[in-house]
Structures are given as structure tokens and as C-alpha cells.
Design a protein around this ligand. Structure first.
Ligand code: AMP
Length: 366
């Protein structure tokens, strides 16, 4: 029988579920290591399809199509985690699935995610699961305002969430997020938002990238600053949290963990994603190994690459029409421009990003 931890050799085909920019940049990194990529996506001209050898275009719930895809690849991973966990479970019989469907199930659902943290003694904002308007009334009484009501599943980039103030009508807030299941979270007066990405290969070896600061605008990541300007002991604690969660999930691949840093230096986990993350794009130009290369190495069971930061980096997302200013962005020779090949520059849509690199220690703060 095949050793479950044996490497999946270059030349093999990596199946990626999801066709967005994360899949596109993973496919490019995979090609550099000699792999072929097969994308599964509902969108014919998705960013990842444009750079992959094979693509299956079908809805995520097309069981026959996803099983046929599973038979054509040597390992399966995700750039999009909101695939029905049940669909993914069926794939396990066809090829190694990394990370596992159990990891996806935890990260797909805010209630599972927060309960998982609680079991490990990792702090989050105070929260309550809510399944009805009546439960929301009780939760508000318990947690107090201000608070944030979030759908338990399928929320991203600030969608599916609403602020609760003293004068908010709970029934209206409930309607606004489209009903439950949901969580009510206490509002955190954070000093900073940070994240850390941990890679883990089969057998358990792990490597973490530097902790970075994330600044959001309208609920969408705007800028990532690498490294975060936080005391070394807080950075160490953030890396420990990332590794503890990765190990406890027995995750193979990447786990991105977003956290709030409070004024007193406490770390509260906000969200996790079992895949490359927007806050890790800086590694493409600021680090010895990019998060995408590391993802491929981890999923294929290759030795992990060095995560040392060679340059301080500021990553800026290009949303909507911002990407059309490519000429202006390129006129600064220190800017590294990454575009995703999307046609429709809708407002707020992630079209590309810029990594601006600086000599270590010289990056402007704040
Ligand atoms: P999320 O979708 O959970 O990542 O939330 C999007 C953004 O909303 C976060 O990055 C924060 O800036 C803000 N946010 C979410 N939850 C809270 C909270 N409990 N307290 C304060 N700000 C929050």
C-alpha cells in the first residue's frame, strides 16, 4: 500500500476546487515546480482556468462531474472552502484530499470555528449562536451592544453581517442578514487586525510566515503590512495560535488565521481559512517562499520552503476600476503588479494587487 505521507512527485496533476485568483496564483506556483493543474469551477473563463492545463466547468453540487474530476487528479485541494463538505467527503475515496473535509467543515461555519477555538482554550470575541429572532433578543441582552451579527456560513468580505447598536431593531437586523443560523459577537475595540499563515505537510512538519497587519475598508481587505508593528512576544503568541489550530485540525496545506489585537496585547481569533489568503499575497515578493509555493509543497508532501522575510512589504488590493490604472502603478519601479485576468471590474471586486517592497526595517509604519 502507498505510504500516505509519500510525496506526490512533480509531473503529477493537482486538482484545485475553485477557479478564482487564489487558484490562479497556486496554479502558476505549481507549474514552476513541474506540476499540472486541473481546476474545478462553475465559471468557464475563471482566473485560474486561464492558466491551468485542464478545467472541469460544472456546478459544485454536480456529484458526477466532481467525481470524474477526482479520478483525473493525483491530489485534491481547494482555493474556495464553501464547497459542500459532503461533496468533498465523497472525493476522499478517489484521491488524497488536503486539507481534509473535516478541516473545511470547521472553517465553513463560524459556530464550529469558535467552538473549536474554545475547546483549545484560544480566545475569541464573546459570542452566542443564534437561530431565531427570539434567540437574538436573548443574545443581545447577554452580550450587550455594540455587537456584530454574522451569518454562520457563506459570509465573506464583510457580507452577511450587520452591526447591532442600542437602538437596533433585532427583527430588522435578522432580516438584513437573511436569517440564521448566525452568531452574535461582542464588538471588539481592537488596536490592530493581524493574521498569520501556517503551512503543514503530511507527517506534521510546520512553518509559519511572519505575522502581518491587515487594514480593511468597507469590510474588504485594503492593505496588508508585513511585518505587523507589534511586540515580538505578541507575534510569537500569534504564531503559536496558528500552529496550535493547524495541528489540532490535523490540517495538511495552509491555515490562515485572522485575529484582533486588543489594547492590552490580547489576541482574539476572528476567522480561519484553510487555503492561501489575501493577507499572504505579500510573500510573493517579500519572502523566500511565497504562500502559493508553500501551499503546493505542503499539499504534495514536499519539504517546506524557508519562510524568512527578505523585504518589508506593503500589499495593496486593487478593487474594481483601480486595476485599470496599471500604467500608473507600474510607473513606480518598486511596485510589483499582479492582475487576475478578470474582465468585469465591478466596484469592490478584487481585480489584482500591488506588492511594494522596502529594505528590511525601512518600511513606513502607519
Ligand atoms: P469578518 O468577515 O468576520 O472577517 O469581518 C470583516 C471585518 O469586520 C473584520 O476584518 C473587522 O474589521 C470587522 N469585524 C468583524 N467582527 C468584528 C468584531 N467582533 N468586532 C469588531 N470588528 C469586527
Amino acid at each position: 500500500m502507498r505510504n500516505a505521507n509519500a510525496p506526490i512527485a512533480p509531473g503529477s496533476t493537482i486538482g484545485i476546487v475553485g477557479g478564482g485568483q487564489l487558484g490562479r496564483m497556486t496554479a502558476v506556483a505549481a507549474a514552476e515546480l513541474g506540476y499540472k493543474v486541473h481546476i474545478f469551477t462553475p465559471e468557464p473563463n475563471a482566473p485560474a482556468v486561464q492558466v491551468a492545463k485542464h478545467a472541469t466547468v460544472a456546478p459544485y453540487d454536480n456529484q458526477d462531474a466532481i467525481e470524474a474530476f477526482g479520478r483525473m487528479v493525483d491530489v485534491i485541494t481547494f482555493e474556495f472552502e464553501n464547497v459542500p463538505a459532503e461533496t468533498v467527503r465523497h472525493l476522499t475515496a478517489l484521491a488524497p484530499v488536503r486539507p481534509s473535509w473535516e478541516c473545511l467543515a470547521v472553517c465553513q461555519d463560524r459556530i464550529e470555528e469558535k467552538s473549536f477555538c474554545a475547546e483549545l482554550g484560544i480566545e475569541t470575541a464573546p459570542w452566542k449562536a443564534v437561530g431565531s429572532v427570539e434567540e437574538l433578543h436573548t443574545a443581545i441582552a447577554e452580550i450587550g451592544a455594540p455587537a456584530v451579527l454574522k451569518t454562520a456560513r457563506l459570509g465573506y468580505d464583510g457580507k452577511g453581517q450587520v452591526r447591532i447598536h442600542d437602538d437596533t431593531d433585532p427583527a430588522r437586523a435578522w432580516d438584513e442578514i437573511g436569517g440564521g443560523p448566525a452568531v452574535l459577537e461582542g464588538f471588539v475595540e481592537f488596536e490592530q487586525e493581524v493574521s498569520v499563515i501556517t503551512a503543514r505537510r503530511p507527517g506534521g512538519e510546520m512553518a509559519s510566515f511572519d505575522v502581518v497587519e491587515n487594514r480593511h475598508r468597507d469590510g474588504i481587505l485594503d492593505v496588508t503590512i508585513a511585518p505587523a508593528d507589534i511586540p515580538p512576544e505578541v507575534a510569537e503568541a500569534a504564531r503559536d495560535i496558528g500552529q496550535k489550530l493547524t495541528e489540532a485540525m490535523d490540517l495538511v496545506g495552509l491555515l490562515a488565521v485572522e485575529m484582533f489585537v486588543t489594547k492590552g496585547g490580547r489576541l482574539l481569533v476572528n476567522e480561519m481559512a484553510p487555503r492561501p489568503h489575501n493577507s499572504g499575497h505579500w510573500t510573493q515578493d517579500g519572502c523566500a517562499t511565497s504562500q502559493f509555493e508553500q501551499f503546493v509543497r505542503a499539499v504534495c508532501g514536499l519539504p517546506l520552503g524557508a519562510t524568512v522575510r527578505h523585504s518589508d512589504t506593503v500589499m495593496k488590493n486593487l478593487l474594481g476600476e483601480d486595476a485599470n490604472l496599471w500604467e500608473q502603478h507600474l510607473s513606480d519601479p518598486g511596485n510589483k503588479l499582479h492582475l487576475y485576468g478578470k474582465d468585469d471590474a465591478k466596484p469592490g471586486r478584487k481585480m489584482g494587487h500591488i506588492n511594494r517592497i522596502y529594505a528590511k526595517g525601512s518600511q513606513p509604519k502607519g
